[in-house]
Design a protein around this ligand. Structure first.
Ligand code: C2E
Ligand code: CA
Ligand code: CA
Ligand code: CA
Length: 277
């Protein structure tokens, strides 16, 4: 409450505002086609528990600045959400993901793309997706997975369920991201026509040493299976947790244990090496 503290706080805020504005300006440049700032997508493998093989990958956006620095989404997604730039950014990510799916062929089963609630709320989202698929008619749409979080459902006036049904009718699959972190996860499961549940890292980390976590995961796995949904455990870092997940018959997993997000070319060459041997 003293004068000094107030001063520090406001300096801190000024820095934050400046960072936010810089992020926004860079985003605008990149989306306008400025070649100094680019928005590549990186890929993180998703593996099958049964075979240990990579069945798909999640596309995770990065920002490459003029100086060559790589920024994680935490540095620019919040600004993108606030300004609405998430809409063109999200479209850019989808286009890149589809381009890679087509280029790489069907040895890689699928690519999963994050779609923000704001993007989903756009009236143009489904037509844009339909056009993208129509322009890539050789692509099996089920090789594209759209990841949405529970916040898409909360506080939104739009009929999210209806929109998700439209996405599904295009043949695209739907994954519930960060499952278990929201407040109404069971409502979410009941009301959304999802194909995949992505179990949040907070449930997965330390699973092997925590019987309560194991019980919860077991229940979610059972529930998902009964509803005809697949499950991906997120953030698997520890071999003991992975062993426990396999013991519980979790069908697939993602995490540093299997691979970090990598630039597209690196991901693809590592994938091919894995398949040649
Ligand atoms: P997310 O969708 O939950 O993605 C998983 C995040 O966890 C990624 O962070 C990934 O690098 C990280 N991760 C994966 N495995 C592990 C692990 O074993 N341990 C730990 N500690 N972390 C792991 P990243 O790439 O920084 O992305 C952060 C978030 O940014 C994503 O969380 C997603 O919500 C958002 N995001 C990323 N790309 C996009 C995009 O294209 N559009 C939108 N709307 N959001 C995106
Ligand atoms: Ca995700
Ligand atoms: Ca997630
Ligand atoms: Ca997350």
């Amino acid at each position: 409450g003293g004068g000094n503290r107030m001063q520090i706080f406001s300096d801190d805020m000024r820095v934050k505002v400046r960072e936010r504005l810089a992020a926004e300006a860079r985003l605008r440049d990149a989306l306008a086609g400025d070649r100094d700032v680019t928005l590549p997508i990186w890929f993180q493998p998703i593996v099958s528990a049964a075979t240990g093989e990579i069945t798909g990958a999640e596309a995770l956006v990065r920002m490459r600045t003029a100086s060559g620095q790589i920024l994680a989404p935490g540095h620019f997604i919040p600004a993108a959400e606030e300004t609405g730039l998430i809409v063109p950014l999200g479209e850019h990510v989808l286009r890149l993901a589809v381009r890679h799916l087509v280029e790489w062929g069907d040895r890689l089963g699928y690519v999963s793309v994050n779609v923000s609630p704001r993007q989903l709320a756009e009236a143009d989202f489904v037509p844009m997706l339909a056009n993208l698929l129509a322009a890539n008619a050789g692509l099996d749409p089920s090789r594209l997975v759209v990841e949405i979080t529970e916040t898409a459902l909360l506080g939104s006036s739009l009929d999210v369920r209806e929109r998700l049904e439209m996405i599904k009718s295009l043949g695209v699959r739907i994954a519930l991201d960060d499952f278990g972190t929201g407040y109404s996860s069971l409502t979410w499961l009941q009301s959304v026509p999802a194909d995949v549940v992505k179990l949040d890292r907070s449930f997965v980390a330390g699973l092997a040493a925590d019987p309560r976590k194991a019980s919860i995961i077991q229940a979610v796995l059972w529930l998902a299976r009964s509803l005809g949904m697949s499950v991906v455990a997120e953030g698997v870092e520890d071999p003991a947790d992975w062993q426990a997940l396999r013991g519980l018959e979790c069908p697939s997993a993602q995490g540093y244990l299997f691979g970090r997000p990598q630039p597209a070319e690196e991901f693809w060459s590592a994938f091919q090496d894995g398949h040649d041997t």
